[in-house]
Design a binder for this molecule. Structure first.
Ligand SMILES: C[S@@+](CC[C@H](N)C(=O)[O-])C[C@H]1O[C@@H](n2cnc3c(N)ncnc32)[C@H](O)[C@@H]1O
Length: 187
């Protein structure tokens, strides 16, 4: 919330898309912190929709969740081009194949307004290295569950973003428990 409050000033008006909302508690918490923004949760797995709805109960700035598979080359028509002030994605890039991160970036490049923000939170490798041994163990356990999962190198995400005209807005933001926020702006 603190990071978002710095990136998105309190008087910002517009729509924010969350990709991979999961149970939906982040979207609901952010909606409480940003009453002027409208939040669009989304998930690839529609079984999360009732939970997202539950967390958003009573919040009229949270829209009904839509199904978005970030890995697909085209997101659905209810996510029109150049609409969103920000796209937020939390804890998805390491628990999904690289194709999901690729699709997230291409889709965000399309869905964001010029000057809009792509905000990706999660654990990353930095310059090819794990921050700690426990991070490396976690990465190994993820790859054991699915060989296509695992920590992404932040630099690879940055390179991907450039191709979608999304440019790193500031140094990687250090977060608790060795996580980072990668903040991009659409030029
Ligand atoms: C670890 S959970 C994080 C959920 C939520 N953002 C949170 O932090 O609580 C990862 C989520 O990514 C979603 N996910 C995986 N692949 C996806 C894809 N291709 N498109 C959209 N969401 C995806 C999963 O369904 C799951 O809900």
């Amino acid at each position: 919330m603190e990071v978002l409050q710095r990136i998105l000033p309190a008087d910002s008006v517009g729509d924010v898309l969350e990709v991979g909302s999961g149970p939906g508690q982040h979207c609901a918490a952010f909606a409480r912190g940003f009453p002027l923004l409208r939040w669009q949760p989304s998930e690839v797995d529609e079984r999360f929709v009732p939970s997202i709805r539950h967390h958003a109960a009573g919040l009229n700035t949270v829209l009904e969740a839509v199904v978005i598979n970030a890995a697909s080359s085209t997101w659905p028509v209810d996510v029109p081009a150049n609409r969103f002030l920000a796209v937020v994605c939390i804890n998805v890039t390491h628990i999904s194949p690289w194709a999901t991160t690729k699709g997230l970036v291409v889709g965000a490049g399309r869905a964001l307004q010029r000057g809009g923000h792509l905000i990706i939170y999660g654990p990353f490798k930095i310059n090819g290295a794990f921050k700690t041994e426990s991070n490396e163990r976690f990465d190994t356990s993820l790859r054991a569950q699915d060989p296509e999962w695992g920590y992404r190198d932040a630099a690879d995400v940055v390179a991907l973003c450039v191709a979608s005209d999304l440019h790193l807005a500031e140094p990687y933001i250090e977060m608790p428990a060795n996580n980072h926020v990668l903040h991009f702006i659409k030029h």
